[in-house]
Design a protein around this ligand. Structure first.
Ligand SMILES: Nc1ncnc2c1ncn2[C@@H]1O[C@H](COP(=O)(O)OP(=O)(O)OP(=O)(O)O)[C@@H](O)[C@H]1O
Length: 618
């Protein structure tokens, strides 16, 4: 939940909360908290998942169950899961027998996979706890100053929200961080957290916090007075609660299944909480955001760049009526997010589209929209500023070009279009679902458009069958022709003229600028690498051997394949390395192979970091 949308207008609230079963206070939530939600945040009633979580967690808190509890919380994207887990946390802190003091240290720790999500959750938690100044909230994340984070932890902070790498770092280095009272560990986007590179960090954080917490004595017992200057802090119960939250909490996500069996081995009680009904622990759950309409367009690689440019133009010019999406109210901002597979690709497209825009017409810029970029290789202040700017925009057309760092959890008002320019490279339909879910928040309308190359068109049917939602086909020529760059001929002829003009302009821009040329080559290579990193079952659809490299190069505004990347060079390298091996001389890895003489690099080095399909915060 984004705090920008917290003070929701009453009219919106009315529409959003039509499924409300009971009010917050009827569900047993602390009375002052319920009042704050209603009067300050204008959230009169819980969403279904919030009601389900409160229903499951609040009575338990009264029962002094003892032992560890693990809760799996699953609900569609944009259904209010952030508050669903923050509310019981806040309630339990307010229900302590005496007021929590800063010297009590951290009572709840929330882990999230990206920095932006941490910032967003921090804002929601701050808004929620605003009346309770003694419940301090802080965020810890890579890219921020460790020293100031240490100082905040030393002073004491009740709720900590952080990325796993940075939290682990503080657990190991910051001795003054008190965690012996920590009662909750929440894994937001749990499947992503456990399933990726830092799953190990998450497990270590959880284990360490749990161990520290166990040292406070028996569950539910008074904490050793010696360590709490203001007297014992008796929590309502002594359970150590781990809450795993995601729209796609599935038992078949291996890491989740492991987390579950390890929890059970240690005697923890596992509860599944779903917004639909009481759910069986053995069922797999995946479902789409209910109000997203899904589209796809098959576009040959040599037209992709132009198709994207014209799509953004069409978004900024609703009067051209080139897209079948319902136009937003004229005064409302139009926002779109465009997903690309690598950081280099984001950089290139941002640079290229900006130049293209000013090359086609000086004033106003041809595209007619403001372009922002966000990826894991950007310096932290730049990244945060782009995210904040995008969220805060109140008028005009805004487009965020990004990698999968923006795929999870982000809640941005007026974001109605998600363009999957590069289909997800991991988890096929699951990542598709999360990306599309950025658009439809709590029942509002949203659109997802995926661009596919001709040999990838099967992907549409695959998503359709996995998600059970229809994907409608669109003809890219329609919005390309609508840009009005040529008034002559049929729609197809006008589209062709437009493609030629824009493609030539993009290629000329790259040819005339060495740094842009380098960036285009790097983006092209990174794309190829990420294409090949897909999991086996998806390789049938995204078959790298069916890529037409020459045409693909044009999608990166390169008029030809970069030196050494064509099939002929690849064959030559292979032959060379075979020859070397058979002659007893160890083979040199292909990109470093030289024809004769000493080992020299035949190609510029591939940036491993830029090759990663999804890069996340440490
Ligand atoms: N009780 C409520 N009444 C009205 N609006 C709410 C309520 N709770 C949350 N919202 C709004 O719902 C939107 C989505 O919330 P949130 O970001 O928590 O969803 P989510 O389920 O975590 O989504 P995702 O799965 O994408 O992370 C936010 O804009 C938030 O302000």
């Amino acid at each position: 939940m984004g705090s920008e949308s917290s003070p929701t207008a009453p009219a919106t609230t009315q529409r959003r909360t039509r499924h409300r079963p009971l009010s917050f206070s009827q569900l047993g939530l602390d009375a002052s908290l319920a009042r704050h939600l209603q009067h300050r945040l204008q959230l009169a009633a819980p969403t279904r998942i919030q009601a389900a979580v409160l229903h499951a967690l609040l009575p338990r808190q009264r029962q002094l169950l003892g032992g560890e509890q693990v809760y799996y919380v699953r609900a569609d994207t944009g259904t209010g899961k952030t508050l669903a887990y923050l509310l019981p946390l806040a309630h339990s802190m307010l229900a302590c027998r005496r007021q929590v003091a800063r010297t009590d240290g951290t009572l709840a720790l929330v882990l999230a996979p990206t920095r932006e999500l941490c910032l967003q959750v921090e804002e929601v938690a701050r808004a929620l706890l605003r009346p309770y100044h003694w419940l301090v909230v802080t965020a810890l994340m890579g890219g921020e100053k460790r020293k100031s984070e240490k100082a905040r932890l030393r002073h004491g902070t009740a709720v900590v929200i952080g990325t796993p790498g940075r939290v682990l770092d503080h657990l190991q280095q910051t001795r003054s961080w008190r965690l012996d009272q920590c009662k909750w560990v929440v894994l937001d986007e749990a499947d992503r957290l456990l399933d990726m590179g830092f799953g190990d960090a998450v497990r270590r954080v959880r284990h360490q916090v749990q161990t520290l917490s166990a040292h406070r004595g028996n569950a539910g017992e008074v904490v050793a007075a010696a360590t709490t200057p203001r007297g014992p802090l008796t929590l309502l119960d002594g359970d150590f609660g781990t809450v795993l939250v995601a729209a796609t909490v599935r038992e078949d996500v291996q890491a989740l299944a492991e987390a579950r069996s390890s929890a059970e081995e240690h005697g923890a009680a596992v509860t599944m909480i779903d917004d639909a009904a009481t759910i069986s622990a053995d069922t797999a759950y995946v479902s789409g955001a209910p109000q997203v309409s899904h589209f796809y367009a098959v576009v040959p690689p040599q037209r992709r760049l132009v198709a994207l440019a014209c799509l953004l133009w069409a978004l900024a010019h609703p009067e051209a009526d080139a897209l079948p999406f319902a136009a937003a109210a004229p005064e409302a901002p139009r926002k779109a997010v465009v997903f690309l597979s690598t950081c280099d690709s984001v950089e290139l497209h941002h640079a290229l589209l900006s130049r293209l825009s000013s090359a086609m017409a000086a004033t106003p810029p041809w595209l007619g929209c403001s372009l922002l970029k966000m990826h894991g290789e950007m310096p932290q202040p730049e990244r945060v500023s782009a995210f904040r700017q995008f969220r805060a925009a109140r008028r005009g057309t805004w487009v965020l070009l990004c990698t999968d760092v923006a795929a999870r959890g982000l809640d941005i008002q007026h974001l109605t279009l998600c363009v999957q320019y590069d289909p997800p490279t991991r988890d096929d339909h699951i990542e598709y679902l999360h990306r599309a879910g950025r658009t439809s928040r709590l029942g509002s309308a949203g659109h997802s458009l995926t661009l596919l190359q001709p040999h990838e068109s099967e992907y549409a049917a695959l998503v359709q069958s996995r998600l059970g939602v229809p994907l409608q086909s669109l003809d890219a020529d329609r919005w390309i022709a609508a840009t009005g760059m040529s008034a002559e001929g049929s729609a197809a002829e006008r589209a062709r003229a437009c493609i030629q003009a824009l493609q030539n302009s993009a290629e000329a821009a790259v040819r005339s600028d060495a740094s842009l040329q380098q960036l285009a080559e790097a983006a092209y290579r990174a794309y190829l690498c990420s294409y090949r990193t897909r999991a086996k079952p998806m390789r049938q659809v995204f078959d790298a051997s069916r890529l037409h490299l020459g045409h693909l190069a044009r999608a990166f505004a390169l008029s030809q394949i970069p030196n050494g990347d064509d099939a002929h060079s690849a064959k030559r390298r292979r032959r060379h390395s075979e020859r070397e091996t058979s002659s007893g001389v160890p083979a040199i890895p292909a990109p470093y192979a030289a024809k004769d003489g000493p080992r020299v690099r035949a190609l510029p080095p591939l940036s491993l970091r830029s090759m990663r399909a999804a890069e996340f915060a440490a």
